[in-house]
Design a protein around this ligand. Sequence first.
Ligand SMILES: Nc1ncnc2c1ncn2[C@@H]1O[C@H](COP(=O)(O)OP(=O)(O)O)[C@@H](O)[C@H]1O
Ligand SMILES: [Mg+2]
Length: 255
Amino acid sequence: MKFIAIANQKGGVGKTTTAVNLAAALAEAGHRALLLDLDPQANATSGLGVAPATGASIYPVMIGERAVAQQIRSTAQERLSIIPSEIDLAGCEIEIARLDHPLHKLREVLQPLHDNQSFDYLIMDCPPSLGILMTNSLAAADGLLIPVQSEFYALEGISKILDLTKRMQEQGLNPGLQLIGVLLTMFDARTRLSQQVLTELQSHLPDKIFNTIIPRSIRLGEAPSFGQSILQYDPHGVGAHSYRQLAMEFVARLR
Ligand SMILES: Nc1ncnc2c1ncn2[C@@H]1O[C@H](COP(=O)(O)OP(=O)(O)O)[C@@H](O)[C@H]1O
Ligand SMILES: [Mg+2]
């Protein structure tokens, strides 16, 4: 089983859209996927039609009140399960900060998932900050996927998370953490800016930019309000196609 963090400290870059639709595409392709919503905003949770409920998140697990298996719920899609989020998850950061080994808490409580191998991939949707929940996610992850919006400051945005990743590797917090790739989202092939961002990223991080690029698509923006992944909402559209392609490239890169 592989643990994957979908992270970027910037909001609105397509983290949740990618976490939901990558997990859904992996499930559709026959893999057993578990989506872990680590953002108190609970967008991934509601985006899959699950209502955020008090006590249903990873929070009680992090503070030792429940086992991770108790929080796993099935979704409308076969092979796709979720550990939902809840607003209270915001308070979790403060509580974890007081515990011993606060940065390894998530890794510790997720260990049973590694042990019983009921899933092939754990996809973690991170909140938009370099806080304790995101650091915990990076400390628990085998791999990191960074979505970036195709806009002018894309590279500056990811340098922070790349620095954090490097520090975590060097300081022994997670020496095995691997950057799987940087994913361009909301790409508009008609604009020069989108092309420039792509070229710039490719020159700074050769081999680390996914060949798959997620285009800007109205359907991708609409799907969450129907509580559906793009594979359910618009299975034959360009959004579903690109996330299926991402899933294939993702699996190949992890091999
Ligand atoms: N490829 C896309 N095309 C159009 N809209 C998108 C696309 N990806 C994301 N969005 C929309 O942009 C907004 C921010 O995306 P989201 O995935 O929630 O970002 P994050 O989780 O990084 O904050 C959401 O309203 C989402 O529906
Ligand atoms: Mg989000």
